[in-house]
Design a protein around this ligand. Structure first.
Ligand code: GTP
Ligand code: MG
Length: 232
């Protein structure tokens, strides 16, 4: 099994030189430790989700989760966010203010799976639910849909138990399809700068709505067939 520390070290080396982390965050060692803790929190949450999926699979032959993707926020992105929000640049300030240093994305099949997973996760008694943003019931103006949760989970280290915050994004394959493509398009080019930006925005939103309709239709087909509905 890959050593957590090793992973974090590689991650930092890849993205920022250690001496740079030192300049930015006071102590490269401290920063590395902090990121290791976030990495461990991600793995705890991933395991919880895998346990849920496994149990459902064995007991009911149901697999709500298609795949899980995790990420640690890059030091550069951490810095950018803290600067843009006007927070002090320090590790303590990062821990206090940022909710998404540890991120986990759960891609499911059906809309109902999203809410089931959210409920199953939130009801576990070691998890504290800090925030929910339902961009499915209230999509973002650009059409973005997903369920976002900020949770806090205890992680046991040698000398302490730390409550670690993790951002969990839960979405259907269809929502993930749209978000990935939109992200890529936005990443490739600053859409705001284009003269036809508005038209592109409208088109992207139309795609999001078509996709959302399909999601709802698939959900209703599932209900007609009657699979899994008895479990919710
Ligand atoms: P940020 O992380 O700065 O966006 O803070 P926030 O508190 O406004 O977070 P929010 O819950 O709205 O969104 C957090 C994450 O959701 C982002 O980092 C993206 O991964 C994803 N996300 C939000 N909006 C969009 C969007 O319009 N398109 C895509 N592709 N992803 C989005
Ligand atoms: Mg974010």
């Amino acid at each position: 099994m890959e050593d957590a520390m090793e992973r974090v070290r590689n991650f930092i080396n890849e993205r920022v030189l250690p001496e740079k982390a030192e300049v930015l965050f006071g102590s490269a060692k401290h920063f590395e430790e902090e990121m290791m803790m976030y990495d461990c929190a991600i793995r705890e949450v991933r395991t919880k989700l895998e346990v849920l999926n496994e149990e459902l699979s064995v007991r009911y032959n149901r697999n709500p989760i298609k795949h899980i993707k995790t990420r640690l926020k890059r030091p550069v992105s951490i810095l950018k966010k803290m600067r843009s929000k006007g927070y002090e640049i320090s590790i303590e300030s990062m821990t206090e203010h940022l909710n998404d240093v540890a991120g986990i994305r759960v891609v499911c099949y059906f809309i109902d799976d999203i809410y089931d997973i959210a409920r199953w996760l939130a009801k576990q008694d070691d998890i504290r639910l800090l925030k929910v943003k339902d961009y499915i019931r209230s999509p973002k103006p650009n059409g973005y849909r997903s369920l976002h949760m900020i949770i806090e989970i205890p992680v046991f280290f040698l000398e302490e138990k730390r409550m670690m915050r993790v951002e969990v994004q839960i979405r259907t394959v269809a929502m993930d399809f749209w978000a990935s493509l939109e992200h890529q398009l936005r990443y490739k080019k600053d859409l705001e700068g284009l003269e036809n930006a508005e038209e592109i925005g409208v088109e992207l939103k139309q795609c999001a709505e078509t996709i959302a309709q399909t999601d709802e239709q698939m959900q209703s087909i599932r209900e007609k067939i009657g699979v899994f509905t008895e479990l919710t």
